[in-house]
Design a protein around this ligand. Structure first.
Ligand code: 5GP
Length: 188
């Protein structure tokens, strides 16, 4: 079996991470690409499961040695990047890789991986919904929250660059739709 890549991108707060986790539970041949980040770890997160939490110096050295397939300064002074080693390991084990990345990173990964990849954009109906969801999560300061909402509003315009769009109005419906998209892509 040839390994494929599933790219999930969305404005922050659109529910992409929840959808990606449900897909990992439902589709046994999928493996999550654990990104590197310089963001602080949230209390519920585990280093090496959710992210590899790195210092800025360590992140820079990975970037300079070509260990990152793509990277972005997603928020001011906060870097995120996809490790080549994740993709190689997952494919070598005979699995498909799934990415949870920002919109720019999603476009970049699709360019790099071409037909081996499908890019899926998760969207919600309006900016208000995003703000509400981000506020409910309550993990960020007001300043960070505002930056996230502004960035999310900008990212909403990028859906045309993706292979598929999933509207997340009702989570169960969105998950079922995402599952169909991924299953049909990996079975071809
Ligand atoms: P969070 O801080 O909420 O975990 O993630 C913030 C944003 O960074 C999300 O949109 C997430 O998908 C994105 N992100 C996570 N890992 C990567 C990565 O490796 N590359 C890029 N470009 N974005 C990432």
């Amino acid at each position: 079996m040839e390994g494929k890549a599933i790219i999930f991108s969305a404005p922050s707060g659109a529910g992409k991470t929840t959808i990606v986790h449900s897909l990992l539970d439902r589709i046994p041949s999928l493996r999550f690409s654990i990104s590197a980040t310089t963001r602080l770890k949230r209390p519920t997160e585990i280093d090496g499961r959710d992210y590899y939490f790195l210092s800025i110096e360590d992140f820079k050295s990975k970037k300079e040695s070509g260990e990152l397939l793509e990277w972005e300064e997603v928020y001011t002074d906060t870097f995120y990047g996809t490790l080549r080693s994740e993709v190689e390991r997952i494919w070598a084990d005979g699995n498909h890789v799934i990415f949870d990345v920002d919109v720019k990173g999603g476009k970049k990964l699709k360019e790099i991986l071409g037909d081996k990849a499908i890019s899926v954009f998760v969207k919600v109906k309006g900016e208000d919904v995003l703000r509400e969801r981000l506020q409910m999560r309550n993990t960020e300061s007001e300043e960070v929250l505002n930056e996230r909402v502004n960035k999310a509003a900008e990212e909403m315009r990028e859906e045309v660059h993706f292979d598929k769009v999933v509207l997340n109005e009702n989570l169960d419906v969105a998950i079922a739709e995402a599952e169909n998209i991924v299953k049909s892509f990996i079975s071809n």
